[in-house]
Design a protein around this ligand. Structure first.
Ligand SMILES: O=C(O)c1ccccc1NCC(=O)[C@H](O)[C@H](O)COP(=O)(O)O
Length: 214
């Protein structure tokens, strides 16, 4: 188990990944609906993965600027516990998605400098959770999952109105320090538990969750 710090393993693509996340003691698993990502899953794949998830492992759909038709298609097929909005969605859109689907919504906010921090307050006022992630590097072809950490001292000691998760470049080797420096009670990882982009590694997942619990 991960002590009192909850872990989300994002970008799962195979039933064995779901099993590995659950076995390690993760609290959440994430499915990426973004075609340019090496972690992209179809609605049919996500349905199979979600159905295989045991009770206690919350299933999160990660979408990027998804319209209602896309969300309808996902939610009509895939049993989910949370939506993660990882694009340039506005606070108004976050509120609209919460109202329309009745599921908790986590909004990802990219951080690079102190100038990005007010976004956390803005989304903390409308979302159920916020994901405090690294801002993607210039020219990146995806808005997250870039194995990039931000300066954790920017958020040390800060708190928001809703629960939050730390993400961005976390690995089994640095996650304990990240938790210590930021006070995070939830962490999210994708690249740091892979053997290659899009290929989750069960041993790294287990090592990550164990490192969080130390
Ligand atoms: O993982 C992707 O490919 C991805 C694509 C589009 C939007 C978000 C994406 N990933 C987000 C995450 O998996 C994490 O929530 C977060 O960004 C941390 O990723 P990493 O630095 O790889 O651990």
């Amino acid at each position: 188990m991960s002590g009192s710090v909850r872990v989300k393993i994002c970008g799962l693509r195979r039933p064995a990944d779901v099993e590995a996340a659950s076995h390690a003691g993760a609290a959440y698993c994430g499915f990426v609906f973004f075609e340019k990502s090496p972690r992209h899953v179809s609605v049919a794949q996500a349905r199979e993965l979600a159905i295989s998830a045991p009770p206690g492992l919350a299933k999160v759909a990660l979408v990027v600027n998804a319209d209602d038709a896309t969300l309808d298609e996902i939610l009509n097929s895939v049993p989910l516990d949370m939506l993660q909005l990882h694009g340039t969605e506005t606070p108004e859109r976050v509120a609209e998605v919460r109202r329309r689907y009745g599921l908790p919504v986590m909004k990802a906010v990219g951080i690079a400098t102190a100038a990005d921090l007010p976004q956390l307050d803005a989304f903390g006022a409308v979302a159920d959770q916020i994901l405090v992630d690294a801002k993607p590097p210039a020219g990146a072809d995806r808005p997250g999952g870039n194995a990039l950490a931000f300066d954790w001292s920017l958020i040390a000691g800060r708190r928001w109105a809703v629960p939050w998760m730390l993400a961005g470049g976390l690995t089994p080797d640095n996650v304990a320090l990240a938790v210590q420096k930021t006070g995070a009670r939830q962490v999210d990882v994708s690249s740091g538990v892979e053997s290659a982009p899009g290929i989750k590694d069960a041993a790294k997942i287990a090592a990550f969750v164990a490192a969080v619990g130390q």
